[in-house]
Design a binder for this molecule. Structure first.
Ligand code: TXA
Ligand code: MG
Length: 327
């Protein structure tokens, strides 16, 4: 089920994709669940396996910048200029939303006339895309609204019995999902913060506004409450600052930025570096997965500085905490 990222297994993965199957594979951000983006039926099975609402579009992965025009319409002069300025971030953790080419499955784009595209910076994903010869639609390889996987084992724990193949390329280097930037809005709109930061984008594009990714508002209307907690563990998760520590359950875990003051009050403590937020981002989902499997009654987590990649960390934490009790 989990196969090492050898040349032979990459060929196997590509064959599965070409045959309309599903392959989980590593990217530099998180593990993706890939299918042929040109095939409605292949893409449909991604939604089925993840139990993801069909209103939430997928990111299409290509192996090089020059293949962009096979997926999206890039003739507009302003778009061309913007893409040129963004080239430096590709391959990398940046997805851009552009007008869609008709060949891309309408299921992948949730019926929108736009598509999110990226070139991942991971040799394994690039090799699979090249060998399969098609663009690959891939959401994070986790069940809907659960924590994204940053190791092959996380994928196996969440979806293992439902997919054809998992390629193991080791732990993901970035650890948070890609930045999503819409170029169909003017000024460009940051839909999801990530490792390519708003500060970096503004530097090359000028003004960048903020928004939210397509599908979330609609979906929360369709199924109220469902999306209050996204990226959520099963164990209750709360911000430490909002919690009365005089009355902690016996099995309370803590994810702390920097060494915590009263370590002994907690059953398990995982420390993320507060002075290196890229390293913290790399280990954040692993920490959430680990504590979620430690049979705890409660997990507390610190907030971190919201600049640079800290904005992406806080975005994921804000969605992961139990908002009912935290507001
Ligand atoms: O790092 C990543 O982006 C990972 C790896 C596998 O590449 N993929 C990922 O996919 O995080 P997913 O499906 O979990 O998140 C895709 C996000 C969703 O929030 C979706 O709403 C947004 O991108 N999105 C996709 N297409 C869009 C579109 N046409 N317009 C606006 N938002 C879009
Ligand atoms: Mg996801």
């Amino acid at each position: 089920m989990i196969l090492a990222a050898t040349e032979e297994n990459i060929s196997k993965a590509a064959a599965v994709i070409r045959a309309g199957g599903l392959v989980a594979f590593p990217t530099e951000t998180v593990y993706g669940l890939g299918a042929n983006a040109l095939s409605d039926s292949a893409v449909r099975s991604i939604y089925a396996v993840k139990e993801r609402p069909r209103t939430n579009p997928l990111i299409v992965h290509i192996s090089e910048f020059s293949a962009l025009s096979t997926v999206a319409l890039v003739d507009n002069p302003t778009t061309k200029q913007q893409l040129d300025a963004l080239k430096q971030f590709w391959p990398g953790p940046l997805s851009v939303v552009l007008p869609k080419q008709p060949g891309i499955s309408a299921i992948a784009s949730a019926g929108l006339d736009t598509v999110a595209v990226r070139v991942p910076a991971h040799p394994c994903s690039l090799a699979i895309i090249r060998a399969s010869g098609v663009p690959i639609a891939a959401p994070s390889a986790n069940a809907f609204a659960a924590i994204s996987p940053t190791t092959a084992q996380h994928v196996a724990d969440s979806l293992g019995d439902k997919i054809d193949l998992i390629i193991d390329g080791g732990p993901c280097r970035v650890g948070l999902e890609s930045t999503v930037l819409s170029l169909v809005d003017s000024p460009p709109r940051l839909l999801r913060p990530g490792a390519v930061t708003k500060e970096q984008l503004s530097q090359v594009l000028g003004e960048v506004s903020s928004g939210h990714v397509h599908g979330e508002a609609e979906t929360s209307q369709l199924s109220p409450g469902l999306l209050k907690r996204h990226y959520a563990p099963r164990t209750p998760l709360r911000f430490r600052a909002n919690f009365d520590e005089s009355n902690l359950p016996e099995r309370t875990g803590l994810i702390s930025f920097g060494e915590p003051d009263n370590r002994t009050a907690f059953y398990r403590v995982l420390v993320l570096p507060e002075d290196d937020l890229s390293e913290a981002a790399r280990n954040l989902f692993q920490a959430l997965h680990e504590l979620d499997h430690a049979n705890l009654d409660l997990i507390l987590v610190d907030r971190c500085e919201e600049s640079g990649i800290g904005a992406a960390i806080m975005d994921r934490l804000n969605r992961a905490v139990d908002n009912d009790v935290d507001q």
